[in-house]
Design a protein around this ligand. Structure first.
Ligand SMILES: [Zn+2]
Length: 289
């Protein structure tokens, strides 16, 4: 599970040990088989730090543990710029990444939703991405962007480790970079970055997939427009900044990911800020009939 790293801080987990023995650093030996369970001490050491998850029932925690074990068995972690990725770091990512999968009524949600990629790259700080755009006059504009995380369809997930590490403290602000990027993965499961993940049959009482998608967007889009208005009023007229990052105003898929992470890490505040989205996200992520 670790790549290019010195000895991990914790004892190698069973899957890491087996991979070392078999030289399977880039293979996925557990595809189709039950993954080895996560050792108690490792699970507890990570779980105890993630206060925003402590409202989960023991059954939910058990499901999260099973999904996390599957996740760790299927993913390969890489540390950028010499960052050593140990089992605690990998499990910290796995636990948060699997939180949105708990109530999807899917026997293999890790493969269903996160099966398009293997690699997870952890950066020791913010990652710098090169951007390039050609304007209408054919002039090429290049710039650099600092990122806390990035996800694309069919590609690895990139995360800034300090941002991941801050998850417990940033939950109050509704911020969680891991959940954000993995919600993008769910949105992208149908290949489209449109703020609407593939919906289950009959979602919101609609028999056709297209009607379900329209029903989803009929809730999400006006909430996004209200948020954009709040951001504009704050910038132009000095009114109060919205609770969540103004970045969510940029595009509908970002609004979905930013509000989605808040939904999972600070439900009480989210319920006050976005009552219509609470009902929508409950219908999807909690599959309440
Ligand atoms: Zn995003």
């Amino acid at each position: 599970m670790t790549t290019g790293s010195p000895a991990p801080l914790t004892a190698p987990s069973p899957w890491a040990r087996l991979r070392q023995l078999l030289g399977l650093a880039l293979a996925r030996p557990w595809l189709g088989a039950a993954p080895p369970p996560i050792p108690d001490t490792l699970w507890q050491s990570v779980w105890s730090t993630q206060r925003f998850m402590h409202g989960l029932s023991s059954e939910e925690q058990q499901a999260l543990r099973q999904h996390s074990a599957t996740f760790l068995a299927h993913k390969e972690f890489h540390g950028a710029h010499g960052l050593a990725v140990d089992d605690v770091m990998a499990l910290t990512v796995a636990q948060q990444a699997c939180l949105p999968l708990l109530h999807l009524n899917d026997p293999t949600p890790v493969q269903t939703w996160y099966g398009d990629f293997v690699g997870i790259v952890l950066h020791p700080g913010l990652a710098v991405a090169r951007r390039e755009q050609v304007d209408e006059d054919g002039v090429v504009h290049e710039w650099q962007e600092e990122l806390a995380g990035e996800a694309m369809h069919g590609g690895p997930v990139m995360l800034s480790w300090p941002e991941v590490q801050a998850a417990a403290d940033s939950a109050e602000q509704g911020y969680n970079v891991v959940i954000h990027e993995f919600l993008h993965k769910m949105d992208l499961a149908d290949g489209q970055a449109d703020g609407c993940p593939p919906l289950p049959p009959g979602f919101l009482g609609q028999s056709l997939a297209r009607a379900s998608r329209e029903a989803w967007l009929a809730v999400l889009t006006p909430a996004w427009e209200d948020f954009r208005e709040q951001v504009i009023r704050a910038e132009r007229f000095g009114q109060a900044q919205p609770w969540l990052d103004a970045y969510a105003a940029e595009a509908l898929d970002e609004f979905y990911a930013v509000t989605g992470e808040a939904y999972f890490v600070n439900r009480p505040r989210f319920a006050l800020e976005f009552p219509a989205l609470l009902t929508l996200y409950d219908a999807f992520f909690r599959r309440i009939p």
